[in-house]
Design a protein around this ligand. Structure first.
Ligand SMILES: Nc1ncnc2c1ncn2[C@@H]1O[C@H](COP(=O)(O)OP(=O)(O)OP(=O)(O)O)[C@@H](O)[C@H]1O
Length: 322
């Protein structure tokens, strides 16, 4: 099949050397080069205090960078905020809600504050947004009676009143119970399936693995890595694991073939595959075991999680207590 060169699609978010030093001298974000592809669900991952919120506030034009550039939907921020922000839905640091108003009336207020929103179609827009976040049944309740998860969903509904190219969500599941987290994740997946690019920050690795196609990992204000979630996990190679009743022979053969850091637990032998280019062919290793009369019950590499990748990158655990 003949095909021309791939069209270059402009990233929805792109930063170069983005840096923020707060007045107190704290370097919160340090030379960030971030690229968020259109159509991705992009996880912005890092422990508490790693600079995620500061980055999001710069992207949304809420604070000025100390140096560097940020482009959102192809335009420079904060300069082009007036043109860019109407195309972006944002949920940052929890939604501002009026507790004495119903969920529906909170959205009516949000919609009325948007000069581009046609008042004649307001009721339909509000009903549709409530429906999309699963709050139609609770729309008449006062917002102060909402659970944290419902408040978070109402904030999302506000961001969804207008069609958006990009949604920016700062820790959207923070403080939610497991059911609330599942609901928000399902919502994010649905939005992404509808073509919206979603940029969400999180300090929860499994959350990123569950909903995101891409991720960037931050620590102490610096970007450690970014790419597809699959590539990030596979950049850290899993340990080789062999199950066999002949553990001693397996260890000997694997050692001869350059496998390091071998460990035996019951009938399971694990070890680090030798690094090198090209990497060793697992089929050859398996054949060597069989040739040496090692009876192999199972053979493969252990699954690597994003958490393993993070630990390998930083040399430290992923401290969520922060
Ligand atoms: N207004 C501010 N003035 C001074 N320092 C700040 C300010 N806001 C944040 N910081 C500091 O900048 C660093 C990065 O904070 P930031 O809130 O961006 O991190 P984060 O990854 O979003 O963490 P969290 O999830 O806890 O919000 C932290 O050391 C924080 O103490």
């Amino acid at each position: 099949m003949a095909s021309g060169p791939e069209p270059v699609i402009e990233p929805v978010i792109e930063t170069r050397g983005l840096t923020k030093r707060y007045r107190g001298g704290q370097l919160a974000v340090d030379g960030l080069d971030l690229v968020v592809p259109r159509g991705s669900v992009f996880g912005f991952l890092g422990p508490n205090g790693s600079g995620k919120t500061t980055t999001i506030r710069m992207l949304m034009g809420l604070i000025e960078p100390t140096s560097g550039e940020a482009r959102v939907l192809g335009e420079p921020m904060p300069r082009a905020g007036g043109r860019v922000l109407p195309r972006v839905g944002a949920l940052i640091e929890g939604p501002a809600l009026y507790g004495f108003l119903s969920g529906r009336d909170n959205l009516v207020r949000y919609d009325a504050a948007d000069p581009t929103a046609d008042p004649r179609t307001r009721a339909a827009r509000v009903a549709d947004a409530l429906d999309r976040v699963g709050l139609a049944g609770a729309a008449g309740k006062k917002a102060r009676a909402y659970s944290l998860g419902m408040k978070q969903r109402l904030g999302l509904a506000a961001a969804l009143l207008q069609p958006r190219e990009l949604l920016v969500l700062d820790e959207p599941t923070n403080g939610l119970d497991p059911q609330g987290m599942r609901e928000i994740r399902a919502l994010v997946r649905g939005l992404a399936a509808g073509g919206t690019t979603v940029f969400l920050s999180s300090h929860l690795l499994d959350e990123i693995e569950q909903v995101c196609s891409h991720a960037a990992v931050m620590a102490r204000g610096r970007l450690l890595t970014q790419g597809t979630v699959a590539d990030l996990a596979s950049s850290t190679r899993g340990r080789l694991a062999v199950t066999t009743p002949d553990t001693a022979d397996a260890v000997r053969v694997l050692k001869e073939h350059g496998v390091n850091d071998l460990a035996v637990a019951d009938d399971r032998v694990t070890g680090e595959l030798p690094t090198g280019t090209p990497p060793p062919d697992l089929a050859d290793l398996n054949a060597a075991l069989v040739r040496a009369d090692v009876r192999v019950r199972s053979f493969g590499t252990e699954r690597v999680s994003l958490e393993d990748a993070f630990v390998a990158l930083t040399g430290e655990g992923f401290d969520v207590a922060g």
